[in-house]
Design a protein around this ligand. Sequence first.
Ligand code: TXA
Ligand code: MG
Length: 320
Amino acid sequence: MTTKISTDILLAKDLLLQNQVIGLPTETVYGLAANALQQAAVVKIFEAKNRPYFNPLIVHVKNIEAINEYAIVDEISLKLATACMPGSLTLLLPKKNVVPDIVTAGSTKVAIRIPNHALALELLNTLDFPLAAPSANVFGYVSPVTAQHVFDGLQGKIPLILDGGKCTVGIESTIVEVEENKVFLHRVGGVTTEEIEQLIGESLLVKANSNKPTTAGQLKSHYATNTPLFQGNIDVLMQQHQHKKLAIISFYHFYSQYNFVEQVVLSGNKDLSEAAQNLFLSFRELDNKGFDAILVENFPNEGLGKAINDRVQRAQYVNK
Ligand code: TXA
Ligand code: MG
């Protein structure tokens, strides 16, 4: 199968109506999308990215009213949806029967979000079904933030990648679940925990059993580069890895004493959202250059810095 990269919404619609899978731009990362209501279509998502079936998918809808067709929305979830959607927030909600079990991996809850991306919304508005979509990376690799990234991983496996440019957020959505009026955080992401806490007027909770990886975002080996990647104090890491061919990823500081080493500064302006936007891009770029190791600075543990640190930590685990 040849894989086309284009902005042709009608072609996308046509393929989706034939239960095909396409690359879908969103503001967070690119998704691998198919008709969420058709098991035969959803199966192809798992096949294309080699994703285990126990790993449920996020359902993408066009607006808040549409959420009610697929899930039961409590008052707090509605408040969060109203404030954050379209946007980088995913809600776990009790699912209605129209959502096939394959989408939720048998769970009674379905993950739903409204992508804040013009092309994605335009497409969703032409469809009378929602789109199930995981991130469009091969399972275990770094999430794609350009159409070319999707092509690099899934070329020949899908007919179309809708080109929506470079993702503006660059990190996957935040996933929360409301239970008995308490809000639980399942994954840090594009909407900051501070923003959510401000909205609900209390602290987010984490479930006691959250060590058990019920969501793939919680699997430690997720998002990994092939090149061993380490996070910490750069001076210490440089000591530990001397005599290797190294690259450094930093927030805003250029380490001039190591100017013999390739360095990527994610945001010269000290802007965490710019850093998030460039993070996966830098992972992929450096991963192709034959370095022995990629050394990544610690980011401030606030705002989007939390999500950045989370993704960096997951990327480093399997390489230790
Ligand atoms: O920003 C995003 O969320 C991107 C874009 C494409 O929307 N999608 C994304 O999908 O990151 P994925 O599949 O890579 O990560 C979704 C996470 C997974 O960890 C999955 O296990 C979890 O959401 N999830 C989905 N449905 C769930 C459910 N019913 N219960 C618990 N976790 C669920
Ligand atoms: Mg993913």
